[in-house]
Design a protein around this ligand. Structure first.
Ligand code: SF4
Length: 366
């Protein structure tokens, strides 16, 4: 099928829905925490956590998050730091900031009740068309097509849609196919089923076509093109960014942190101060903490973001004088061995834990 064709096989769509619903009832996952007490709020939190993150990773985060914030108002009333703290390690922190902002908006505009109308849901921060549809379908059985990464892959293969799914014409085509497949009844089961098929059987590598409920009619399987679809993006060089971070450490083990700007990577999280050059770190050390001692480079920390790789060289400096935090909203002395509730990027948290451990300390300070 051409990616640009406008014809949508409605009968094919009905067949897909029936097969998926039957498959999910028979052998789908029914015991996930967000499948219990399926309120729009709980489904919203789970859908945001599950973006770019595996189910097994999300489960403990979801339990902790909804345990602390059982409904919208509790989330809206919490300090952002506590929300980021409970998100630490899940990555893509803009998701947590958007959850918090959206909760405040729901309290202001919808009296603390998660909206049940598609346009109101899609207008909330961090919720796109597919996520809005998924929340309302899963929690309230409303009919909305969805097109997350998993569903895009299933549809591109099943209907053999060539072309980059990010291309607007191909995206329109896939949305139309998603709409054609979305049934009028059992929207909660169908929506879960099509997402789960992409997550568990129609996976990016090695799709399990032999066990797939769509195997008889899937065009990719019939033409042996599963591994060519969806059409991969043109590969681009991954840029590498190198930065320096100052690990200014007091005699009691506390390390100086500052809050990162809201925009950019790790926005709003607490982190070691970051610099492009070691000389800038030395200036900062003297200006903020009154220390002139040279900072010592430690082993680099490497971290892969979606669009680039980051290499951080930590610069360790000892602070003899007990300087306070000039602005507690922006700076803090942080004890990795007895951490308070603030959100840190996972690689920085791991580094500070290593720095705080007795074994590493003796290696570093001998
Ligand atoms: S038959 Fe294979 S390629 Fe087709 S939808 Fe199923 S798992 Fe995906």
């Amino acid at each position: 099928m051409s990616g640009g064709s406008t014809a949508v096989p409605a009968a094919g769509g009905a067949r897909v829905a029936a097969a998926l619903i039957e498959w999910h009832v028979r052998s789908g996952r029914h015991d996930l925490p967000w499948q219990r007490n399926r309120t729009p709020y709980r489904v919203w939190v789970s859908e945001i956590m599950l973006q770019q993150t595996q189910v097994a990773t999300v489960i403990p985060y979801f339990e902790r998050f909804t345990g602390r914030f059982p409904e919208v108002r509790a989330l809206a009333d919490a300090p952002l730091d506590e929300v980021l703290h409970l998100w630490s390690g899940l990555g893509y922190y803009a998701r947590a900031r958007n959850l918090h902002r959206a909760a405040a908006r729901i309290c202001a505009e919808h009296d603390g009740r998660f909206p049940e109308h598609f346009d109101a849901v899609a207008a909330l921060p961090g919720i796109g068309r597919s996520t809005a549809g998924a929340i309302l379908a899963l929690s309230l059985n409303q009919r909305h097509p969805i097109l997350d990464g998993n569903v895009r892959r299933v549809l591109a293969r099943y209907f053999a849609v060539d072309g980059d799914p990010a291309d607007p014409a191909i995206a329109r085509r896939l949305w139309a196919l998603s709409d054609a497949c979305t049934p009028d009844r059992h929207l909660d089961v169908y929506t879960q089923a099509v997402m789960d098929l992409g997550a568990t059987l129609c996976t990016r590598r090695n799709p399990a076509c032999a066990r797939c409920p769509l195997t008889e009619t899937c065009l990719a399987r019939r033409t042996d093109r599963q591994h060519q679809l969806p059409t991969p993006k043109q590969r681009q060089e991954r840029p590498l960014r190198q930065v320096f971070m100052l690990a200014a450490r007091r005699a009691d083990g506390a390390v100086w942190l500052e809050r990162r700007p809201e925009r950019g990577i790790w926005g709003g999280l607490w982190c070691l101060p970051q610099f492009d050059r070691p000389a800038d770190a030395a200036d900062y050390l003297e200006r903020m903490l009154g220390e002139r001692a040279p900072a010592r480079p430690l082993a680099a920390i490497e971290h892969a973001f979606t669009h680039f790789d980051l290499v951080i060289t930590p610069l360790l400096a000892h602070c003899a004088s007990p300087v306070g935090a000039p602005d507690p909203a922006q700076h803090a002395w942080y004890q990795a061995v007895a951490p308070d509730a603030r959100g840190l990027p996972a690689p920085i948290q791991r580094f500070l834990q290593r720095l705080g451990s007795a074994r590493i300390q003796s290696q570093l300070f001998d």
